[in-house]
Design a binder for this molecule. Structure first.
Ligand code: C2E
Ligand code: CA
Ligand code: CA
Length: 832
């Protein structure tokens, strides 16, 4: 700007010395003194009016009037002097322009005066000013000097000041000033002519000049209002919904432009409470930042608009403007249906002399009303977005621990596999807590929940920041190690397990839980998250069974195959849809041949594969976690049948097989009790068969379950006796009533001496312990007879009957009632 000013001043100085200096004054009837001219220039510059264009405000004066008067009635030097001194006074004292801006303007005026003088004299030649030639010369000089020169210099200055070239300003200044220049020059020529011939009449011209000046100013502000209203109308039409922050930015731009202010600020208060939830300011450099000071408290609390003009008389307003380093300002409240939303401020009206007025305040309030509505809509949008985000979070996280859930964990694993760090492995761990159910059952869900939260945090602590942990449900957690070696994964798992084994302090109680962890690795064991999780589950199951705590997946131990996986789904459907059948195999007293009971054996007739042996699908159900449902299903069928028999006077004990996982289920006794009540079957009619291996997995827990069942009056039998490794000593402690010698010994007891020994000693042992002995797998008369001599109590086997459907069993029972008590031949074929 200084450079531009210097160039202009140099040009003016050169022109002055070379062309203006040597000129002689014109021959005129009167001469205007310098002070009169200077006063006229000062008046002209002091009473400027404003023409605005977007954010630019151009000040226009009537300085052509003293200029043309000076061209005719003053010495050239004196005209330049009067123009510069008069204008300088007005710019610096009245309009308080900064030195740089005033210097620039004065340089323009100097150049303008010199150009006008030189042009005028050249066009006038030797003529008289008050002839058509003289008038044309003055008009042309004024047009070229003031209009053309300013039209070039002002946009140039704005472009330099704002640092970018803005050609559109040229067009605007050109058009806006031309009309004014022609009008002002005409008025000046009228004054010249009157002064020349009849100086006393110059007062009339003065009056016209004053009226014109007022008209200009009136037109200027009318234009401005019109423009503002038009823009306000445009603004209020934009009601495209957007989030609060974006809306606040748009609002600031609108307010600043609409009210021709240098800065605009918005402060939004949080609903309930005066703490700002958002505060944003827009400065003259078009950048958004934090506002520097607090908003006017009056406005926030009193909910009324405040207008602080330049140099306000109220001390409070003066202090406010001073504190914020503002020339003038307006603050309006933003309020919606639910109360105050915040405040909006604009400050530093553009243009040297203009300030905010009452009309601007009204305009601002209108904008604020519209903005309040838009901001309320924005708040609604914010809330909807937040709710959507919350819902997404909820959908992907466990509400109790805040950890990712199964769905998100799958995604994370899939992403880790896709990330493909060469040479590294992706490890997936499945952690199953050992004694969590005890805690939940004995201390309540509240304690259980707190414990789970602590467990989640403790596992997290054992991991690197890049690892993830998820809660898959119940007491099952999963961990993802994105890039590790297999051995490291095992070490991490052992670390987690060690931490889980340390007691947890929940509600002032020290709780001891442990965990079993299974690990699967990608790409070694699979390429998809579901396969990895399944492998980790198999490994975890092994860790639990072997009580090793941590196991890496070993394919050779996994009995899953695609066929088995499909079977799991189909089995699940069969259990849920009553697709399983229960067959019954009778048991008879050896001595008398009287039928005393039946064993229930589940059957699955697969629609494609035909009958599937229980030995294949029972382990499947155990591994897939379906055994609980299966057992419940069988119990229902059996107890219902028992109820029917009892109603027809048939009194048979029914035996149901349990598997390992049933005995770990602390809810089983209650469930059995419920079913007994439902079908009105006395507990003594039900016998539950368990294998020795069952009791080895978690003796403390199984014993608890068994004791409860026994306490209810349900009788218990040890199935497949002789195949397990149970110590004979533990037999005495167990609350059982019956031992079933495994069929593998019974079927061969007549041919193999060792089997005969086992059968005999088992019978002896049982008798000594006061337990009933059942021989399974009795296939012929000879075996039957031998067992009678050995003192065995009950026989079960093909010799008596295969397991059969209930209809065939009923037939069999009826026929038997009319036949010899001890069967002479196995007359019944393979059942089912
Ligand atoms: P288990 O409890 O030892 O059942 C006796 C098995 O021996 C039955 O096989 C039966 O058909 C068979 N059997 C009966 N008499 C003779 C005989 O004289 N000679 C020979 N060689 N075998 C005989 P099944 O029905 O195939 O059942 C196999 C196993 O499946 C059962 O062995 C039991 O452990 C399990 N199982 C069957 N039903 C259920 C159930 O409802 N729940 C549970 N948890 N397991 C079941
Ligand atoms: Ca059995
Ligand atoms: Ca058995």
């Amino acid at each position: 700007m200084w450079a531009l000013t210097t160039v202009l001043a140099a040009a003016a100085g050169g022109l002055h010395v070379a062309a203006v200096g040597p000129l002689a004054p014109l021959q005129v009837p009167l001469r205007l003194p310098v002070w009169v001219l200077a006063t006229l220039f000062a008046l002209a510059e002091a009473s400027v009016f404003h023409v605005s264009f977007r954010r630019h405000v151009h000040s226009r004066s009537m300085s052509e009037v003293p200029l043309v008067l000076g061209l005719v009635f003053a010495r050239p030097d004196e005209l330049v002097l009067a123009h510069l001194t008069g204008s300088a006074l007005a710019l610096l004292l009245h309009r308080r322009q900064p030195v740089l801006k005033a210097s620039f303007n004065l340089a323009v005026f100097w150049l303008e005066a010199c150009t006008a003088i030189v042009l005028y004299r050249w066009l006038l030649g030797g003529g008289t000013p008050v002839t058509p030639r003289g008038w044309s010369a003055a008009l042309a000089a004024a047009l070229l000097a003031t209009w053309a020169l300013r039209a070039l210099a002002v946009p140039l200055a704005i472009s330099v000041y704002e640092g970018r070239w803005q050609p559109h300003i040229f067009r605007w200044v050109l058009v806006a000033s031309m009309v004014a220049t022609v009008t002002n020059t005409s008025l000046a020529l009228l004054a010249v002519t009157i002064l020349w011939f009849q100086p006393a009449a110059v007062w009339f011209v003065a009056v016209v000049a004053v009226v014109m000046s007022c008209a200009y100013r009136g037109y200027g502000s009318w234009r401005q209002r019109h423009d503002s209203l038009e823009r306000l109308h445009e603004l209020t039409r934009i009601d495209e919904p957007m989030p609060t922050e974006a809306m606040a930015r748009t609002l600031l731009e609108q307010a600043r432009d609409l009210l021709q202010a240098e800065i605009a600020e918005v402060v939004l208060t949080a609903p309930r409470g005066n703490r700002p939830s958002l505060s944003l300011a827009l400065g003259p450099d078009d950048r958004f930042r934090e506002p520097r000071g607090a908003p006017l408290i009056e406005v926030v609390e009193g909910r009324r608009a405040v207008l602080a003009r330049r140099n306000p008389s109220t001390p409070a307003l003066r202090a406010f403007l001073h504190a914020r380093a503002l020339k003038d300002a307006m603050v309006v409240p933003l309020s919606g249906k639910g109360g105050a939303l915040g405040t909006l401020l604009v400050g530093n009206r553009l243009g040297d002399v203009s300030t905010f007025g009452v009309w601007d305040l009204k305009l601002f309030e209108t904008l604020a009303n519209h903005a309040s509505m838009a901001l309320e809509n924005s708040a609604l949008i914010d809330r909807l977005r937040q709710e959507a985000a919350d819902r997404e979070h909820q959908a992907l996280h466990d509400s109790l621990t805040g950890l990712p859930n199964r769905g998100l964990f799958h995604e994370q694993v899939q992403a880790a596999i896709a990330a493909d760090v060469t040479g590294a492995r992706v490890a997936v761990m499945l952690i199953d807590l050992d004694r969590f159910k005890d805690v939940n059952d004995t201390l309540g869900h509240h304690t259980g929940d707190r414990l789970l939260q602590q467990i989640g945090a403790r596992i997290r602590d054992a991991l690197r920041p890049c690892d993830s942990i998820a809660r898959l449900g119940g007491d099952e957690f999963a961990v993802l190690l994105p890039a590790v070696a297999g051995a490291v994964a095992v070490r991490v798992a052992e670390r987690i397990r060690a931490r889980l084994c340390q007691p947890f302090d929940v509600d002032d109680m020290l709780l001891q839980v442990g965990g079993s962890i299974g690990i699967a690795l990608a790409p070694d064991h699979g390429h998809s998250s579901s396969i990895l999780l399944r492998c980790a589950d198999v490994a975890m199951y092994h860790a639990k069974l072997s009580q090793s705590g941590v196991e890496l997946y070993a394919p050779e131990r996994d009995q899953y195959s695609p066929r088995r996986l499909t079977l799991v789904c189909e089995l699940q459907a069969a259990i849920a849809g009553s697709g399983l059948a229960v067959h019954y195999q009778p048991q008879a007293e050896l001595r008398t041949g009287r039928v005393v009971g039946v064993e229930a054996l589940v059957r699955w007739h697969h629609p494609v594969h035909g009958p599937i042996a229980p030995d294949e699908f029972i382990p499947l159900a155990e591994q897939a976690g379906l055994i609980r449902g299966l057992t419940r299903y069988v119990l229902r069928c059996v107890l219902q049948q028992c109820q029917r028999w009892r109603s027809t006077g048939v009194d048979l004990t029914v035996a149901v097989n349990l598997s390992v996982r049933n005995l770990l289920d602390l809810e089983l006794p209650d469930e059995v009790a419920r079913l007994l009540v439902e079908f009105q079957v006395p507990a003594r009619m039900l016998r539950l068969e368990i294998t020795e291996s069952c009791m080895m997995t978690d003796p403390r827990r199984t014993e608890e379950v068994l004791a409860k069942l026994r306490g209810m009056g349900v009788s218990l039998a040890i199935d497949d006796f002789g195949t397990g490794y149970s110590s004979l000593s533990s037999l005495g402690r167990l609350p059982v009533d019956e031992i079933k010698i495994d069929r593998s010994f019974v079927t061969k007891m007549l041919s193999a001496a060792s089997d005969a020994v086992i059968v005999r000693s088992t019978i002896d042992l049982a008798r000594n312990l006061g337990l009933r002995v059942v021989a399974e797998g009795v296939e012929d008369r000879a075996t039957w007879n031998r067992l009678v001599t050995l003192g065995c109590d009950v026989a079960q086997g093909y010799y008596l009957s295969h397991p059969v459907t209930i209809a065939r069993l009923d037939d069999w029972l009826r026929t038997r009632a009319s036949q010899p008590v001890i069967p002479t031949a196995a007359t019944w074929g393979a059942g089912g």
